[in-house]
Design a protein around this ligand. Structure first.
Ligand code: 3PG
Length: 306
């Protein structure tokens, strides 16, 4: 049986070595398709794969149609909005993610970008500090929890909004639960986004919420660009010269925002929250183990499709 690792944005070499070891020790063959530049390369490579490991690589109907032997796809990471779950189910393919494996890496980047924002993108002018400032965490999942832990080290006051997380779980982490977006955005100078991109969340963060933020508000987005209403973001930055937006997920209107708002916005050139050796090792090896467990034992550890 063959396991394909298809990563347009490759894992660190050390992670690939670990994946290879897990796959080959199980007696399976590993094929690597890294930095591919055309869809055709992916369609050719999946044709003979029994298992597939991906990152943000798109697995849609066309890929699934081409993958005649495919039984399992593991997204080495958290968000699986890049996989057409209904099409996978229709093709009898199990889809899994590797929750928690790259969350510390993303959380550390939140603070890398937040410090950069309050120090005026390191442009040499006088900035401000994070200590005693309020941080609202929008969704208290694995990344949100790591963000809270690090925020405590900075001496921040931390709140979180997450209808799927009980209040006592937040309180146990020293985090104040809030119960509406208005309360979260209105009550926190810093808001860090950790909601997934779903039908409900797409385009949900825009003008109205940003305008609620206290003076000097900073929105940090290491989640997905799709959750932003980009026109609303531009309008709020225009109306409120005190606001800043820093994102690991370059918006479609990045050029316009950078031109108009200069040092009040920052975007990484490529999504890099999970782009560390440690996160690659954790998520990549977890994915390899999950693929092997599925192909060999029929165990679906973190299935996300029905
Ligand atoms: C995730 O959902 O796990 C992160 O966004 C990381 O995505 P990446 O593997 O494409 O860097």
């Amino acid at each position: 049986m063959k396991v394909l690792v298809a990563t347009e944005k490759p894992f660190a070499a050390v992670a690939v070595d670990g994946i290879r070891k897990v796959v080959e020790e199980a007696g399976y063959e590993l094929e690597l398709l890294e930095k591919y530049t055309s869809r055709g390369e992916l369609l050719d490579a999946v044709a003979t794969a029994d298992g597939l490991i991906i990152r943000s690589d798109v697995v849609d109907q066309e890929v699934l149609d081409a993958a005649k032997n495919l039984k399992v796809v593991v997204r080495a990471g958290a968000g699986y909005d890049n996989v057409d779950l209904a099409a996978a189910t229709a093709h009898g393919v199990c889809v899994q993610n590797t929750p928690g494996q790259n969350s510390n890496a993303v959380a550390e980047l939140v603070f890398g970008m937040t410090v950069m924002a309050v120090r005026n993108m390191f442009n040499g002018t006088s900035g401000s500090e994070l200590k005693d400032k309020s941080l609202g965490i929008h969704a208290f999942g694995q990344v949100g929890r790591n963000v809270a832990r690090i925020a405590k080290g900075f001496g921040m006051e931390v709140s979180a909004l997450d209808p799927y997380c009980p209040d006592d779980a937040m309180e146990a982490a020293g985090v104040k639960p809030v119960h509406s977006v208005e309360e979260l955005y209105g009550g926190n100078k810093f808001v860090s986004l950790h909601i997934p991109a779903t039908a409900e969340t797409r385009g949900s963060i825009g003008y109205d919420l940003l305008m609620l933020m206290p003076k000097g508000g900073v929105l940090i987005n290491t989640a997905r660009k799709e959750v932003m209403d980009e026109a609303g973001l531009a309008k709020a930055l225009e109306a409120r010269p005190d606001l800043k937006y820093v994102a690991d997920v370059k918006p479609d209107n990045a050029a316009e925002l950078s031109e108009k708002f200069g040092d009040r916005v920052f975007f990484t050139p490529k999504k890099m929250g999970a782009q560390t050796a440690e996160a690659n090792i954790n998520a990549g090896i977890a994915a390899a183990r999950q693929v092997v467990e599925f192909l060999r034992d029929g165990v679906a550890r973190y299935q996300v499709n029905k």
